[in-house]
Design a protein around this ligand. Structure first.
Ligand code: FAD
Length: 399
């Protein structure tokens, strides 16, 4: 009997891990991907969808053909449980699958109850349906404009998306001839502008401050949100910001079904070692947003850590190498602590942007640089095309 690897999730982490395990073992392994969604989603471009610059078809592709081409089985169904002692996964259709090795790459869900009124009154762009809803609201807004609030709540970690949406909003307001009449505000739990949930980078605070000033954006830093109303965002300080369009990034959580498995912290993130094996089980791995990462700081207003695409891929490759080692009877010795993975990101600003490069995701770092300019926007456009091509064709061994 061949070794069977089950991968839960079919996006950045899951697709990479499944294809990489197959590659590492030269095909001599059975791999099954179990995913609630049957399409890959390039989440980074959700920032453009509400403005009509992208739609669902531009950002997604069906994963079944890709998996089939690489000899990987696909189960389009949600996982509902993991029994790490019995080495089984239960599925929403009642079936139970046995595994030799398991990779959990089930990503995030939004903490919708983060503040009262968030679920009812705020828009967000962290999922495809929510980004589409934000797009419908944008169309209505253009007919009846008012002030705009873009923000990230206490505990949020995906600050890059908040900044990108903020600057794209400013760009779109200019294009619509509304810039002068609309007050655009940014609300963030970050202790300073450009913290990004990764502790900031040299000159980041000045650069972001300059960007906001140039665009006439009012910033509320180190600020929690008390609640969201249909026409206002009320800050922890009691200040009320009137808003016709409130796009707020909430904190992320791990998937609910993982909470009962004994593998997670209280947020549902799976606790892992630097090999991406779980703390308790050598044959269960977790990668990407599903994996727990500890912040090496506390901030006056709580902030989360962004687990972006590049570290997600690095975690998936590390896990794949270790599984291959275990299958071959070797010690799983590949290690890549999250904080030591390189930070490589592009922050888009509509027709401009910033390239973010650092030798490590988390401090202390030796190098970190922010390169602003229109080339960043072009880079993001090119990267989107390249990454979708790479994943659709299963070329996960490419950078
Ligand atoms: C708006 C936005 C902008 C972003 N911008 C950038 C950026 O510019 N650069 C960057 O590097 N990163 C960016 N990111 C982060 C990037 O999207 C994540 O790093 C990446 O999505 C993490 O991949 P993942 O596979 O861990 O999780 P996810 O992408 O969340 O994928 C989870 C997978 O698990 C599946 N799943 C969930 N529950 C179950 C279940 N119960 N059973 C089976 N399957 C399940 C889902 O269907 C999905 O296939 C952005 C994220 C957002 C939301």
């Amino acid at each position: 009997m061949r070794t069977r690897v089950i991968v839960l999730g079919g996006n950045f982490g899951g697709l990479t891990a499944a294809l990489a395990v197959k590659h590492e073992l030269h095909g001599d392994v059975d791999v099954i991907v179990v995913s609630k969604d049957d399409h890959f989603l390039f989440n980074p471009s959700l920032i453009w969808l509400p403005f009509g610059k992208r739609d669902r078809e531009d950002l997604t592709f069906p994963i079944a053909p890709t998996l089939e081409e690489h000899g990987i089985d696909f189960e389009h169904v949600a996982a509902t449980g993991v029994d790490a002692e019995a080495k089984t996964v239960t599925l929403a259709d009642g079936r139970e699958l046995e595994y030799d090795y398991l990779v959990i790459a089930t990503g995030y869900r939004n903490k919708d109850d983060v503040v009262p009124g968030f679920a009812e009154n705020a828009l967000n762009i962290t999922t495809l349906p929510e980004a589409e809803r934000a797009g419908e609201a944008w169309t209505r807004f253009l007919d009846d404009p008012g002030d705009v609030v873009v923000g990230a709540t206490q505990g949020a970690g995906c600050f890059g998306a908040a900044y990108e949406f903020l600057f794209n909003m400013s760009h779109q307001l200019k294009k619509a001839g509304l810039k002068k009449q609309v007050k655009l505000s940014y609300v963030t739990s970050e202790p300073f502008l450009g913290h990004f949930g990764i502790g900031g980078l040299p000159h980041g605070e000045d650069l972001l401050g300059m960007f906001l000033k140039k665009e006439g954006i009012e910033a509320h830093i180190n600020t929690g949100i008390d609640h969201v109303e249909s026409d206002a965002v009320v800050l922890g300080s009691g200040e009320t910001l009137r808003s016709r369009y409130s796009m707020i990034i909430p904190p992320f959580l791990g998937q609910d079904f993982l909470l009962g498995t004994g593998l997670t912290d209280e947020k549902g993130y799976v606790k892992v070692r630097d090999t991406y094996q779980t703390e308790k089980y050598d044959d269960v791995y977790a990668v990407g947003i599903a994996a727990a990462v500890d912040a090496p700081w506390t901030t006056p207003t709580p902030v989360g850590i962004p687990k972006t695409g590049f570290p997600t891929e690095a975690m998936a490759h590390t896990a794949a190498k270790n599984i291959a080692a275990q299958v071959l009877g070797e010690v799983p010795s590949h290690e890549k602590a999250f904080g030591d993975i390189k930070a490589v990101c592009v922050m888009d600003a509509g027709n401009n942007g910033v390239i973010i490069l650092a030798d490590k995701m988390l401090p202390p770092r030796k190098h970190g640089v922010l390169i602003p300019g229109p080339q960043a926007h072009l880079m993001k456009l090119g990267f989107e095309k390249y990454f979708l091509w790479k994943m659709r064709n299963g070329h996960v061994m490419l950078p």
